[in-house]
Design a protein around this ligand. Structure first.
Ligand SMILES: [Fe+2]
Ligand SMILES: [Fe+2]
Length: 344
């Protein structure tokens, strides 16, 4: 697959995003190509303008881009509206009014179309429709997703996004862990997540197209819905951390617990540093045949952290969950190392 070009993900719907080889966090933009009017979804950031616009212009002339959707106000999602305008694109910016209020700080003369003032719909290109679904606080107060009913594509912006060093445009089963590693940190709470997923379940969806990570095809959608519905997120982590920090420390960790923790740490590291690099660091830190010890595990974590400091953040939820689930085995104590990770 040539990621330097626009790629069709459904009929007349194209990925026009950015794929940097070295990144662990990439951004996706999409173009719905109409006959006369096209819609650009989440145009990306200012520094990415050249890449996204080149792909858009390989599909349609600039006069055809009549609408740009800003699913929320984050700079990675839509600061690119500024260079798009500066380069002669003339479009309406589609957003929720809670988002629009902030978009005006990018450009106070934006031609805005507020979905909440238009029955959460857009009619474009001689009668085609887009439906907008409000997903408040996931993760922005005005966040929404876009449903294209013809190809049944759901453009979900940050929802279903991922930290994913080993990226491919289309998701496979490994995507669950990558998706959780991002959404656990950005979703405010389980309640907020489930409010939105319930709305997605009411739609007939063939493809999920998020703003980070990979495109999810039909066969994996149920797995991804379930992963989000059962995932602990946001405030859970903050509260659980406080509880774990109050627990008494266990000095000696039983070998089986040590190896479980090691497994969690390694699996999560892979999402932000990649499987290959995680395995290299593992070999350097714990040479084959060496007995796993507390100190080696600690060294492994530090080496991973040196590679990407976010590795610590993405380890926390599964580690905290593990401690809670095994509290009887651990006699209500927390291994010192886990406590240290939480403080990191
Ligand atoms: Fe965001
Ligand atoms: Fe984002």
């Amino acid at each position: 697959m040539d990621y330097d070009k626009a790629i069709e993900i459904a009929e007349n719907i194209y990925w026009v995003g950015v794929s940097e080889k070295e990144a662990f966090f990439r951004t996706n933009s999409y173009l719905i190509k109409g006959e006369n009017e096209s819609v650009l979804i989440d145009p990306g950031s200012i520094p990415q303008f050249d890449i996204v616009s080149k792909k858009v212009l390989s599909l349609v002339p600039k006069e055809q881009v009549k609408y740009v959707i800003a699913s929320h106000q984050d700079p990675d999602v839509c600061s690119g509206i500024v260079p798009f305008k500066q380069n002669g694109f003339k479009f309406k910016t589609i957003a929720h009014s809670r988002v629009s209020a902030l978009l005006l700080f990018y450009d106070k003369n934006l031609d805005l179309y507020n979905i909440d003032e238009h029955n959460f719909e857009l009619t474009y290109d001689n009668g085609k429709k887009l439906k907008f679904v409000f997903t408040p606080y996931f993760h922005s107060p005005g966040a929404f997703v876009t449903y294209e009913p013809n190809s049944k594509v759901l453009f979900t912006s940050d929802i279903f996004g991922a930290f994913q060093k080993d990226w491919a445009l289309f998701a496979d089963h490994n995507y669950v862990e990558a998706m959780k590693s991002f959404n656990e940190l950005y979703a405010p709470s389980k309640e907020i997540v489930n409010f939105s997923v319930k709305k997605f379940r009411e739609l007939d969806v063939n493809t999920i197209a998020p703003q980070h990570g990979s495109v999810i095809k039909k066969d994996l959608i149920e797995t991804m819905y379930h992963a989000l519905e059962t995932m602990d997120a946001g405030m859970f982590l903050e509260n659980a951390e406080i509880n774990v920090l109050k627990m008494e420390v266990m000095d000696e960790i039983p070998v089986n617990i040590l190896s479980d923790i090691f497994k969690i740490v390694k699996e999560r590291s892979e999402t932000v540093i990649g499987k290959e690099r995680a395995e290299e660091i593992l070999k350097e830190t714990v040479p084959e045949g060496t007995q796993l010890t507390y100190d080696l595990l600690k060294k492994f974590i530090e080496n991973v952290k040196n590679e990407n400091s976010l590795a610590i953040a993405v380890m926390k939820v599964p580690l905290v969950n593990y401690i809670m689930d095994n509290s009887t085995k651990l006699k209500g104590k927390v291994p010192g190392l886990v406590k240290e990770i939480i403080y990191m």
